[in-house]
Design a binder for this molecule. Structure first.
Ligand code: IPE
Ligand code: IPE
Ligand code: MG
Ligand code: MG
Ligand code: MG
Length: 309
């Protein structure tokens, strides 16, 4: 009998393979019937941004929360691919010289380094737009009302009051736009719930939307999603301090120098790790009503806390 951790690794690897295949098809050089042409340089740069790398954790969460509600895996994967396109776009723009100015991502040169800044901006625009094209497709779910809800929730998670808004708060906290001010713990939690939490929360809620879950189940999944979303950024910030560039596939040790607002900077490493562990407990407690069915999601929460990359 395999233990939960081994089952989790197998499921994550299986979803990552399926997502790779889907993204490869979605980013095909051939234009769709209602498109004109797909410029080869833009396709190549989008493929550089989206293929062959990344943990694919967000699609995995869509697939696994969908499984709680016996949702068809094919539709869940398509919704997961849409979300991964948004995530990849957020990384391309996050790395731009005007934002975090990073040269390495997923062990390769960032898109603006491998191509150029203008191409990287257009890669972001095009991945973001493609995500909504994909989420609106009938393959996601036969019921158009379900797809509309997914599109609406994904838009809210990605935009002004979600990921993009959180990125704004993240840059503002560096003191770029006015004098630097130390953020309170509460402000940091809000910033991170937006820049990282919103997409992870959406990943979990997507399974409940696809599965037309009842209100109680939706609440449980939403609590799980919020807790692991928070945990995910704390782990990322700890890895910036404790990890190394080679293992991470992105530059380590940059947040303190950039003056990033993180709980690691505010609370210190030990307290931040304790908070991370509490969040994993909180996430897993929220899944109690799903019993054995949610073992893989419980293993996912532990993975988020313990990951090395
Ligand atoms: C990195 O996300 C960006 C953050 C939100 C902290 P991931 O750690 O999920 O990046 P990939 O997709 O595995 O490269
Ligand atoms: C990024 O946070 C969050 C995004 C919305 C992409 P970070 O800036 O900490 O992510 P990394 O460390 O560059 O992956
Ligand atoms: Mg950033
Ligand atoms: Mg960054
Ligand atoms: Mg980081």
């Amino acid at each position: 009998m395999k233990n939960d951790t081994a089952r989790f690794s197998d499921s994550l690897a299986a979803t990552a393979r399926d997502i790779e295949t889907l993204l490869d098809q979605l980013l095909s050089p051939a234009a769709l019937s209602s498109e004109t042409v797909r410029p080869p340089r833009l396709v190549a740069a989008m493929r550089h941004a989206a293929l062959d790398g990344g943990k694919r954790l967000r699609p995995f969460l869509v697939v696994e929360t969908s499984a709680l509600f016996d949702v068809d895996r094919t539709g869940a994967l398509m919704a997961g691919a849409a979300l991964e396109l948004i995530h990849c776009y957020s990384l391309v723009h996050d790395d731009l010289p005007a934002m975090d100015n990073d040269d390495l991502r997923r062990g390769r040169p960032t898109v603006h380094r491998a191509f150029d800044d203008a191409t990287a901006i257009l890669v972001g625009d095009s991945l973001l737009t493609l995500a909504f094209d994909v989420m609106a497709r009938a393959e996601v779910h036969p019921d158009a009302a379900v797809r509309t809800t997914l599109v609406l929730e994904l838009a809210r998670a990605s935009g002004l009051g979600g990921m993009a808004g959180g990125q704004m708060l993240d840059l503002a906290a560096e003191g770029r736009f006015e004098n630097k001010r130390t953020l309170s713990e509460k402000e940091i939690v809000t910033l991170q719930a937006m820049k990282t939490g919103a997409l992870i929360r959406f990943a979990c809620n997507a399974g409940a939307i696809l599965g037309k879950a009842d209100a109680a189940a939706r609440t449980s999944v939403a609590i799980y999603g919020s807790a692991i979303g928070q945990a995910f950024q704390i782990a990322d910030d700890l890895l910036d301090v404790e990890g190394d560039t080679k293992t991470l596939g992105k530059a380590a040790g940059k947040d303190a120098a950039a003056g990033k607002a993180t709980l690691v900077a505010t609370l210190g490493v030990d307290k931040a790790r304790a908070r991370l562990n509490e969040l994993v407990e909180e996430a897993n407690a929220a899944l109690a009503s799903f019993s054995k069915k949610s073992d893989t999601l419980r293993a996912a929460a532990r993975f988020i806390a313990e990951r090395r990359a």
